[in-house]
Design a protein around this ligand. Structure first.
Ligand SMILES: Cc1cc2nc3c(=O)[nH]c(=O)nc-3n(C[C@H](O)[C@H](O)[C@H](O)COP(=O)(O)OP(=O)(O)OC[C@H]3O[C@@H](n4cnc5c(N)ncnc54)[C@H](O)[C@@H]3O)c2cc1C
Length: 290
């Protein structure tokens, strides 16, 4: 199918993009990698009056390593993130999620910012940035602000970004021990359920744990009871399965997604199984708990 007619505008800077966003009348969409926007436009699910292409904004491309933090520009591709071995050591939960996205074409074109701003309930990166306790940077007519990943995902395709705001970067605290695993949809590759885990140890005992899931309900979410159950353990097999048994504790049955990919009941089982796998993956990848 062909999209309906729209006006195409191209921004060369963040400031120009914000001005263009403020000037437009009617429905406006930002074009980043185009891998979610263009299919929805072609299928008629989105018919924006104006499309603002931000792909040429150099400042939004690339990865910066700081002290205890990695800042990823919104237009950075998944391949750039997944293809850098040093990033695998610095933020394994995020690089493993980037690696797990779609196929090579999608990973070359899709952008970190587009993935997070689009907030598809089955996207991989939202779970990883939640587990990693990331901070998102937004720019808009009122200037720059930061939003904690905990506050960013608000519902089905919903985020804390205001109208006219652009996601410019995501800042990920470095973490030695983290992982992401998913059950991919056989048809699309999106996560039927995906779970990310970031853990810190103190003298062989779990000091803090952040566990987050995607694909289960209409937006990525933390699994607080699992986190509480993991703290204070040494992550032996029994600790992990006892904690994973709490994966759905904070989810009402009606909240679980139920569609032609997976029933709510199946998703509930997947969530427990993949939580167990993700935490086990943490111990596998680091040898034993330090
Ligand atoms: C075949 C296929 C398989 C896929 N498989 C997976 C998968 O396994 N896992 C997964 O997570 N995703 C998957 N995707 C989705 C893909 O990762 C998309 O690229 C991503 O969801 C959107 O990123 P984008 O850069 O393409 O954004 P676009 O499609 O350009 O934009 C998407 C939306 O986000 C908004 N937006 C984009 N950038 C910004 C920004 N900087 N600030 C504010 N708003 C912005 C736009 O207005 C638009 O509404 C798949 C897509 C395809 C086509």
């Amino acid at each position: 199918m062909f999209p309906s007619e729209f006006e195409y505008r191209r921004a060369e800077s963040v400031e120009e993009a914000i001005t263009l966003l403020a000037e437009q009348e009617g429905q406006t969409e930002i074009l980043a990698g185009g891998h979610s926007l263009l299919p929805t436009m072609k299928s008629g699910l989105a018919s924006p009056d104006v499309v603002i292409d931000i792909g040429g904004i150099d400042d939004l491309h690339g990865v910066d390593r700081g002290d205890g933090v990695v800042e990823i520009g919104a237009l950075t591709s998944y391949s750039t993130v997944a293809g850098d071995d040093t990033l695998h050591d610095a933020m394994p939960a995020v690089t493993q999620a980037a690696e797990a996205i779609g196929d090579v074409q999608v990973r070359n074109r899709g952008t970190v910012g587009g993935n997070l701003a689009h907030a598809d309930p089955a996207s991989d990166l939202p779970a990883a940035v939640l587990a990693a306790d990331a901070t998102l940077h937004a720019a808009g007519p009122d200037g720059h602000r930061t939003i904690s990943a905990d506050d960013f995902f608000t519902g089905l395709y919903g985020t804390a970004l205001d109208d006219g705001e652009l996601l410019t970067a995501v800042e990920v605290p470095t973490h030695d021990i983290g992982t992401y695993v998913k059950k991919p949809s056989p048809s699309s590759g999106y996560a039927m359920v995906g779970v990310a885990v970031v853990i810190e140890f103190d003298d062989g005992v779990v000091d803090s744990a952040r566990v987050a899931a995607t694909g289960a309900v209409d937006h990525a979410m933390r699994l607080p009871v699992v986190e509480e159950e993991l703290v204070g353990t040494t992550l032996d097999e029994d600790d992990i399965s006892a904690a994973a048994a709490h994966a759905t504790d904070e989810i009402e049955a009606f909240e679980l997604m139920d569609d032609n990919q997976a029933s709510a009941e199946y998703r509930s089982t997947l969530l427990e199984v993949y939580t167990e796998q993700a935490v086990t993956g943490v111990t596998d990848r680091s040898g034993t708990a330090p």
